[in-house]
Design a protein around this ligand. Structure first.
Ligand SMILES: Nc1ncnc2c1ncn2[C@@H]1O[C@H](COP(=O)(O)OP(=O)(O)OP(=O)(O)O)[C@@H](O)[C@H]1O
Ligand SMILES: [Mg+2]
Length: 276
């Protein structure tokens, strides 16, 4: 193309240049009933293979427990799903259409994947309800005027989430005054405010009393169905109380998968993990 043609092309009005088309990811497509595909994923840190040809499929609405020894790659797997770590090879799809490996962390969160880290990160000096409101906008500058601006629909969704996390009576309490377990539930509520379809929860039972663990088990079980939930946990009593399908990770790949009974009686699992 000569310069003149180039200039003409550039000024043609009906032409839409690629760089002007916003990069909106496609909607979540669950036509095959699978919400997450990890295929052939590997990642090395300084030559050490933390994830090694990992294949994992999570059904829409499923609650999946992931267990495995320290260093098996459980947290690294979550880092890959949420865009914190980029794998060296493999593919990661959210539904049929959303290629997670082409997105950064905020884009993945926007697309509907929420992550709960082990340590609660609530705003201690604010009330329970303020924490939920803030999570809804995610924008601190909105804070002072937020309360006045909430629509009826937004208030309803806050009420609903207060119910789900069982903190309705404590909504005006400062988050800092909550117990460890209650803070964890509040943080799950904050995640829910953003309407995730897939929730990743790393060691939710750690540091909880038995009573809190029971309540957390109920909470996570109640989220399944309307959400897909991946729970990483070491506490076997807790896992048993919520488990449907369990995946055992070992040295960065799947060692066994099945019901709790199946994996507990699997000789390889006993050797590398449960028999410790
Ligand atoms: N950013 C990193 N840089 C270097 N090594 C890392 C990094 N992240 C993870 N690793 C290593 O990868 C391996 C897997 O770690 P990961 O945290 O995923 O294990 P895990 O299954 O979550 O273990 P745990 O049950 O102890 O939480 C470990 O040997 C860890 O030291
Ligand atoms: Mg971990």
């Amino acid at each position: 193309m000569n310069v003149l043609e180039g200039v003409r092309t550039f000024f043609r009005r009906d032409q839409v240049f690629d760089f002007l088309i916003p990069d909106i990811p496609p909607d979540l497509d669950l036509t095959h009933g699978i919400i997450l595909y990890l295929e052939g994923i590997s990642v090395s840190f300084d030559g050490f293979k933390a994830i090694d040809n990992l294949n994992l499929y999570i059904d829409d609405g499923e609650l999946r427990c992931i267990i495995g020894p320290n260093g098996a790659g459980k947290t690294t797997m979550m880092d890959i799903i949420t865009g914190k770590t980029t794998p060296d090879s493999g593919s990661a799809w959210f539904g049929q259409q959303i290629n997670l490996l082409k997105m950064d962390e905020p884009e993945i969160a926007m697309a509907g994947i929420g992550r709960k880290f082990q340590k609660p990160t609530v705003f201690e000096h604010h009330t329970v309800i303020d924490n939920l409101e803030l999570a809804m906008t995610g924008d601190k500058r909105m804070w002072p005027t937020l309360n006045a601006r909430l629509s009826g629909e937004q208030r309803d969704s806050i009420d609903e989430i207060l119910n789900i996390i069982g903190l309705q009576k404590l909504y005006q309490d400062r988050a800092g005054s909550l117990s460890h377990g209650q803070k964890q539930w509040l943080e799950i509520g904050m995640l829910l405010m953003q309407n995730p379809k897939l929730l990743l929860v790393d060691e939710p039972a750690a540091g909880m009393t038995h009573q809190e663990m029971d309540r957390t088990a109920e909470l996570l079980t109640s989220l399944a169905g309307t959400h897909s939930v991946i729970v990483v946990e070491h506490d076997m009593d807790f896992v048993r109380s919520i488990a449907r399908k369990v995946t055992v990770l070992h040295q960065g790949s799947v060692l066994a998968e099945g019901t709790m009974d199946e994996v507990q009686n699997d000789q390889r699992v006993i050797e590398v993990y449960l028999g410790e």
